[in-house]
Design a protein around this ligand. Structure first.
Ligand SMILES: Nc1ncnc2c1ncn2[C@@H]1O[C@H](COP(=O)(O)OP(=O)(O)O)[C@@H](O)[C@H]1O
Ligand SMILES: [Mg+2]
Length: 344
């Protein structure tokens, strides 16, 4: 939800004041003046629509309830005589509340769409900037790495050699960062192929075993045997699963276990990566897919944004589920078959 600020309070109050003014006018009119009564009765819709459009469902419902609360005494007081059309007035109250809900839902939807658009625009701008920086850094870095290695081979002094080893390590780290930056920024251009997701998972598990044993973590698989053939970009999906495997291993405590599970249902495949790490606090969940957000000393914060980009390009979903005991389960859902020509 949007944080409350002074402008919002002022807008909310002015809508409430508008309702009260309409109510005062309504209570002042001559009971025989039917046209004014009808006009003011309809005028109540205005603040309800404004509140729903500006403040969403809570705003719409609050305004319609306030109108109901102020209009009801009028209905009860005039249940006899010229305005004694109780069913009509009750119908009117129901309509106020329906309008409150409908315009509230529409307001919320519009806000979500605007937010998505803003996110897409800022991600695209960030992508362009990242791509330029990464391109410009790549060539000098590769050259620097090459020179450091050449000099390192010729140096006999142990302490100097150690310093050059450290320099080379740092250059390698920067190269990984640049690789991630380019993977995040470049358009995907997916190359779909048919294949068995289980095989892809097994490849990722095989590559991850070394990192796992360094961290004293075991990796196991629970793969659905008769998993159907799916259509996906092998290279990109492998990269996404590798990023998720790395995160699970980095989060795992010594002696922990990471499980890769595959399952198919209807027209989808689920790939779950289950770890026993420290989990992700609720307040961090909305940030972890934002580029460069990391809690690790040597993290790039680009692993999950890349995963999200790849999975969404496959028209899939990624969900983070807190495990009942320890750690999280990252669930990737991708459709078995891709419709062509949309992602490219
Ligand atoms: N399996 C996990 N368990 C706990 N925290 C995680 C896990 N996966 C991701 N995170 C959190 O999300 C952050 C962003 O992850 P990521 O985008 O891969 O960047 P990086 O791994 O470079 O930090 C991590 O720094 C970590 O705080
Ligand atoms: Mg990561």
């Amino acid at each position: 939800m949007e944080p409350i600020n002074k402008k919002m309070i002022a807008k909310g109050l002015s809508i409430a004041v508008l309702i009260i003014i309409i109510n005062i006018l309504h209570s002042q009119i001559d009971p025989l003046d039917i046209s004014s009564h009808i006009l003011l009765r309809e005028l109540y819709f205005l603040p309800i629509i404004l509140a729903g459009s500006r403040f969403g469902i809570y705003g719409g419902i609050s305004a319609s309830l306030l109108v109901t609360f102020l209009f009801l005494p009028f209905v009860l007081a005039h249940h006899l005589g010229i305005h004694g059309n109780i069913p009509g007035n009750i119908m009117q109250i129901i309509l106020y509340n329906i309008f409150g809900i409908v315009f509230g839902l529409l307001g919320d939807r519009q806000k979500r769409q605007q937010q998505k658009l803003l996110e897409a625009e800022s991600l695209a701008a960030m992508g362009r900037a990242v791509s330029c920086i990464a391109h410009d850094m790549k060539t000098p870095l590769v050259a620097a790495g090459g020179f450091v290695q050449q000099v390192r081979r010729k140096i006999a002094d142990d302490s100097l050699a150690k310093k050059l080893d450290i320099a080379f390590e740092q250059i390698c780290r920067l190269e990984i960062l640049i690789g991630d930056m380019l993977a995040f920024a470049k358009p995907l251009n997916l190359q779909y192929q048919q294949g068995l997701i289980n095989r892809l998972v097994e490849e990722v598990v095989k590559i991850s075993r070394e990192k796992a044993s360094l961290n004293s973590v075991t990796i196991s698989t629970e793969l659905q045997e008769d998993i159907p053939i799916a259509e996906y970009d092998q290279h990109r999906l492998r990269q996404a699963l590798q990023n998720l495997a790395n995160n699970a291993l980095e989060a795992s405590p010594k002696g922990g276990e990471v499980i890769f599970r595959t399952q198919s249902r209807d027209t989808c495949i689920f790939i779950e990566i289950i770890d026993q790490g420290g989990g992700i606090p609720k307040e961090q969940l909305s940030d972890i897919f934002t580029p460069f957000v990391t809690t690790k000393k040597e993290g790039t914060g680009l692993g999950l944004p890349i995963v999200k980009k790849v999975i969404e390009a496959h028209k899939g979903l990624i969900d983070i589920i807190q495990n009942s005991k320890k750690g999280i389960t990252v669930r990737v859902t991708i459709p078995l078959m891709q419709s062509r020509g949309v992602n490219e």
